[in-house]
Design a protein around this ligand. Structure first.
Ligand SMILES: *[C@@H]1O[C@H](CO)[C@@H](O)[C@H](O)[C@H]1NC(C)=O
Ligand SMILES: *[C@@H]1O[C@H](CO)[C@@H](O)[C@H](O)[C@H]1NC(C)=O
Ligand SMILES: *[C@@H]1O[C@H](CO)[C@@H](O)[C@H](O)[C@H]1NC(C)=O
Length: 268
């Protein structure tokens, strides 16, 4: 009996120490956790949802549908450049294993077609800030400069020049892990993790190598790329997804840091 009681008291003591240290830690790491959120104006491009909405998924889908034309033109106050066309200054893809081992740098990428996205499905959990968005694009046309080194299906490749690609029926899933941050008493959502996965219906490539140009080697390379397009894309998918995810995480976090959480997600 006494032993059990001692154990119980110890356990209680342990628990309260744990609780206290948790509390202290909270105060230490979130000195601004005391909220002070005025009634912000709602910009015209936002249709807010409520955390308590039992149909929050379809509400948030509407938010994104409403936002689309604004994203197409860009939202200067959120530092969001237009997504139609979408210009990506630089993207690196490195893959060190498998049949496609390359280091590729794409620069001055222009994408035509991202603005025609549609949202096929959304799952949003505001308790854990987990958001899954299924997006599809009928067609995306890409062009830009490339510099690539490595091996593609046993062929050594060293090439730089211009590329053009046509992607048809692109289905992507973006899995967002959000993190709530409090700045000067105001909550913001930032993206902690953004995982992208995608499937391509059709792919066409064309590259113009600055060294080989439009000669036989250049034509052979284009034929080779197109004949193996799906396999090459499949091999590069993890590296490409990581690179795309990183780009859009940075891109979106700038916007999220300018728009308080409460503006697009009401508490009641
Ligand atoms: C944490 O902060 C709250 C409110 O600012 C205060 O009431 C509480 O005593 C603090 N807790 C600790 C362990 O300092
Ligand atoms: C970037 O691409 C655009 C459109 O394709 C082109 O007009 C521009 O000259 C390019 N800039 C550079 C630095 O290559
Ligand atoms: C977007 O879709 C519309 C309607 O289907 C089409 O007319 C337009 O050409 C598309 N835009 C791009 C850039 O693909």
């Amino acid at each position: 009996m006494t032993r059990a009681r001692v154990a119980f008291v110890l356990l209680l003591g342990f628990c309260s120490v744990v609780l206290m240290s948790c509390e202290e830690e909270q105060n230490a790491t979130q000195p601004s956790s005391v909220l002070n959120e005025p009634d912000f104006a709602t910009p015209e491009y936002i249709v807010p949802c409520s955390r308590k909405d039992p149909k929050i998924d379809s509400c948030f889908q509407n938010t994104l549908i409403h936002l689309r034309p604004y994203l197409v033109k860009g939202i200067p106050e959120l530092e969001l450049p237009p997504i139609e066309p979408l210009v990506i200054p630089e993207m690196k893809i490195e893959n060190g294993q498998g049949p496609v081992r390359v280091r590729a740098i794409f620069t001055n990428i222009t994408a035509i077609g991202p603005g025609n996205f549609s949202i096929s499905k959304i799952r949003i959990n505001m308790a854990s800030y987990r958001i899954d968005i299924h997006i599809s694009f009928p067609k995306i046309e890409l062009q830009g400069n490339y510099d690539i080194n490595g091996n593609i299906l046993l062929f050594p490749i060293q090439s730089h020049g211009q590329f053009w690609a046509l992607l048809g029926d692109v289905a992507a899933i973006a899995r967002v892990q959000g993190v709530e941050e409090v700045k000067d008493g105001v909550r913001y959502l930032t993206i902690g993790k953004l995982l992208i996965d995608f499937k391509l219906g059709r792919i066409r490539f064309r590259v113009t190598d600055h060294l080989n140009g439009d000669n036989v080697i250049g034509q052979a390379m284009n034929q080779f790329l197109n004949q193996n397009a799906h396999e090459i894309v499949e091999e590069l998918k993890p590296a490409a997804s990581a690179s795309i995810g990183k780009h859009f995480k940075d891109f979106l976090n700038i916007a999220f840091s300018k728009i308080p959480l409460k503006v697009w997600m009401h508490d009641t």
